[in-house]
Design a binder for this molecule. Structure first.
Ligand code: HEC
Ligand code: HEC
Length: 250
């Protein structure tokens, strides 16, 4: 195996993105051949890592972005640009981009309505799956962990505009995000409700919840909810105030 197996797939999109940025920002030079100026063309650099149409990279490392709620995607782009989340190759690409442009990119990916892959086969013990489902559906009052479904929706497809779905994602990606909140590598807009929730989860809880979530198929046509069934159980930054009850912040 070469020492840097991702080198080519990473460097290629970075260069094409920079090229596209410079064309977009400066306008095409008079002698340049005509460049198709559509948003789909401009985000080709993103799909170099995030898979065709943003359906996720092949190896579970580059997350799906297609069809996630627009406000959530926008908040993440701002978070990477402003160093609340860290992936230097992507953050550097976002540095020169304005809020309006990031919103346009977010709306483009959010509007893509594409099927999800079937869950990968995995061997899970019944105890792991039972614990995972318990946390998702009912939470754990002893640890002060609210049910994930209270915010991520009963069908776990998220809540527009700012809360993402939790199914259709690889377990390693989910575990990395919860670990990132525990260790302080990932931050959301304050109050960062997910940091509080992740920090109360034991390592076995993270394994259980991510294994159960990753084993759930995404039903055809399943969509994020437009309103929560009840106000959210904690306040979360970046979520419209009307969806929250002004309750706990952490
Ligand atoms: C060099 C590869 C690379 C490029 C190019 C890239 N990304 Fe990413 N992106 C990643 C990785 C890796 C992550 C996950 C990082 C993590 O685990 O926090 C990520 C995360 C994201 C997320 C957060 C997903 C979520 O569910 O929270 C969004 C949104 C995103 N990228 C959008 C974009 C857009 C839009 C572009 C183009 C402007 C882009 N990315 C370009 C590698 C890349
Ligand atoms: C009080 C509301 C609330 C509850 C309860 C909640 N979440 Fe979240 N979750 C959020 C919000 C808001 C975000 C978006 C954070 C951001 O903007 O980065 C999020 C994001 C996430 C993400 C990131 C997804 C991605 O694509 O990167 C994961 C993973 C996650 N939550 C898992 C869970 C799990 C597991 C539980 C239950 C143990 C849970 N959440 C309970 C509000 C909540």
């Amino acid at each position: 195996m070469p020492p840097f197996p991702r080198f080519r797939s990473v460097v290629r999109p970075v260069f094409s993105f920079l090229l596209i940025c410079s064309v977009t920002l400066a306008g095409p030079a008079p002698a340049a051949p005509p460049v198709e100026d559509s948003i789909a063309q401009r985000v080709l650099a993103c799909t170099g890592c995030h898979g065709a149409e943003g359906r996720a990279g092949a190896d579970g490392y580059y997350p799906r972005i297609a069809g996630k709620p627009a406000g959530y995607l926008y908040n993440q782009l701002v978070n990477f640009r402003d160093a609340r989340r860290h992936y230097p190759l992507m953050s550097e690409l976002l540095q020169p981009l304005s809020d309006d442009y990031l919103r346009e990119i977010a709306e483009h990916f959010a509007s893509l309505d594409l099927p999800y892959p079937a869950p990968a086969r995995a061997v899970n013990t019944p105890a792991t799956l039972t614990r995972g489902e318990q946390l998702v559906r009912r939470g754990d009052t002893q640890r002060d962990i609210p049910a994930c479904a209270r915010c991520h929706g009963d069908n776990l497809m998220g809540l527009t505009p700012s809360i993402p779905g939790l199914i259709g994602l690889p377990p390693d990606y989910l575990a990395a995000q919860l670990g990132g909140w525990q260790s302080g590598v990932r931050h959301a807009h304050a109050p960062d409700c997910m940091a509080g929730i992740a920090q109360r989860m034991a390592p076995d809880d993270i394994t259980a919840v991510t294994r159960w979530l990753a084993a759930q198929p995404v039903p055809a046509g399943a969509k994020a909810a437009d309103a929560p069934a009840r106000p959210l159980p904690m306040r979360c930054g970046g979520v419209p105030p009307a969806q929250q009850d002004g309750g706990l912040t952490q």
